[in-house]
Each structure stands twice: as C-alpha cells, then as structure tokens.
Design a binder for this molecule. Structure first.
Ligand code: BEZ
Length: 249
C-alpha cells in the first residue's frame, strides 16, 4: 500500500458498517420527494440509493473513480469530483455527507463549495469524525511512526473538530447551525483492526517502505489491543460529530 486508496470490493468487506450506521444522519436530513440533493462523498452509493428511494433527485460526488463507477452501476448520477473544488451554483436544496468530512483539510475549502451549491435556505446535514475520534488508534499510529523517526503530524490526513470549532467554520461561511452533537460510538470492526488499518490508514503507511507496512500495522494493532479488543471483538474508538445547518438567506 502506498497511500489512501478506495477499492470498492475491499471497502465493502472491511467497512460496510460506515453506510449501515448512516441511518440517523439520514433521519436528520429528512429528505422529501422532489428535492435536489447532493451526496458529498457518495462512495459506492449505499446511502445515496436511499435518497433516490425517498424520491429525491440526487447527484453523488466522490474523489475515487472506482467508487464512482460502483455507484453508477447502482443507477446513481455519480461524478468524480474533489470536494475542495465543487462546481455547483445554487443547484441543490440539500447537501448530505456521511463519514467523509474528516478527510478534507482545510474544512473551509469544502464548506465554501457546499454553500455555493445550495439554494438560499438550503440544508447541509452530515456526520463525520469529531474531536477525540479514534484517539487510541491515532496515538498508536503516531507512536509507531515516531519510533521510525517520522513526525505523523506532517502526513496526518484527518480533521476531527469540536462542535464549537465546526460551528465557527460553518457560520463563517454563511450557515446557521441548527443542531450539532458530539458523541462516542465504539464501532465493532467486521474484519478486525488489521482490516480497518489496511482500509483507512494508508496515508500513514505511505511514509514507510512497502516492505515495512505489515510490521508497522502489527505494531499498531498490538498497541491498541488492551483498549480496543473485548470479548473476542475488535472495536474502533469512534466519536461522531453530527450537524444540521442552513444556508442564510
Ligand atoms: C471515521 O469514520 O471516523 C474515520 C474513518 C477512517 C479514518 C478516520 C476516521
């Protein structure tokens, strides 16, 4: 593995829980038939199809051509697009995003495109990793890199804000925050910690020679075993930030 990549088959095997756990944020969106909705970071479209089933007109965008191809086979109007360069102008009643915004820095680069994409009064509803997310895993990755003389801060792809910090970002870009909540959600991992690391920690492993990656991930797994392996099951120490905001008119 050389960097973060999104192979649809591997993602479905290691991380199907990401879309399965997306129901509550869909409930916050409360989509109506006939609405135009942008699904930001649609992946293979597992949640996007629910927006279609609710009668919405949906466009999905994702930076991964492989995931977009998978979403298209599910009948979704999916497009390859970097979330930092959204090119929509007052085309959507709502923008929805699940488990994507923690990958995008700086946050203003995506929020400015979202506010432009919405009609006045349009909703931005999403969920992603918030302050304290994957603390044990994050620390173990940083420690294992530090032992190899590498400062993880320079290559860290993740952004986990507090509700206060994200509210400030949203309001600075023209949103009113209607609801925002930070809560722990320890999440069982179907293919264990090794599956999670292979799927999501590629950016850290990319700092190492490929031959070193397996040993690096084993070291991280050993370091978090005491806190994240219970009764024969691995968990990720997820903390979610869920929000609903409205574009000011
Ligand atoms: C998350 O969903 O919180 C997450 C997933 C992968 C890497 C980091 C965080």
């Amino acid at each position: 593995m050389t960097a973060q990549s999104w192979d649809p088959e591997g993602y479905a095997r290691h991380a199907r829980f990401v879309s399965e756990l997306g129901q509550p944020v869909l409930e916050w969106l409360a989509p109506h038939a006939g609405e135009r909705v942008l699904d930001l970071g649609c992946g293979d479209g597992a949640l996007t199809v629910e927006l279609l089933a609710a009668g919405c007109e949906v466009v999905g965008v994702d930076s991964s051509p492989e995931q977009v191809a998978a979403a298209r086979t599910a009948g979704i109007d999916a497009r390859v697009c970097d979330a930092r360069h959204l090119d929509f102008d007052r085309e959507f009643d709502a923008v929805f995003s699940n488990a994507v915004l923690h990958w995008i820095k700086p946050p203003g680069s995506v929020i400015s495109g979202v506010v432009r994409a919405l009609v006045p009064g349009g909703r931005f509803v999403g969920e992603f990793g918030g302050k304290g997310n994957v603390t044990a895993i994050h620390a173990a990755l940083a420690d294992a890199l530090a032992r190899r003389g590498i400062d993880a801060r320079a290559i860290d792809p993740w952004y986990f804000p507090s509700p206060e910090e994200y509210t400030r970002e949203l309001e600075a870009h023209g949103f009113t925050v209607e609801r925002i909540e930070l809560f722990p959600r320890p999440t069982p991992l179907p293919t264990g910690m090794s599956g999670w690391l292979e799927t999501f920690a590629g950016a850290f492993a990319a700092a190492l020679p490929p031959a070193e990656c397996a040993r690096f991930f084993r070291e991280v797994e050993d370091a978090v075993r005491d806190v994240l392996f219970r009764d024969g099951q691995w968990f990720a120490d997820y903390v979610r930030l869920r929000f609903a905001a409205r574009k000011r008119t």
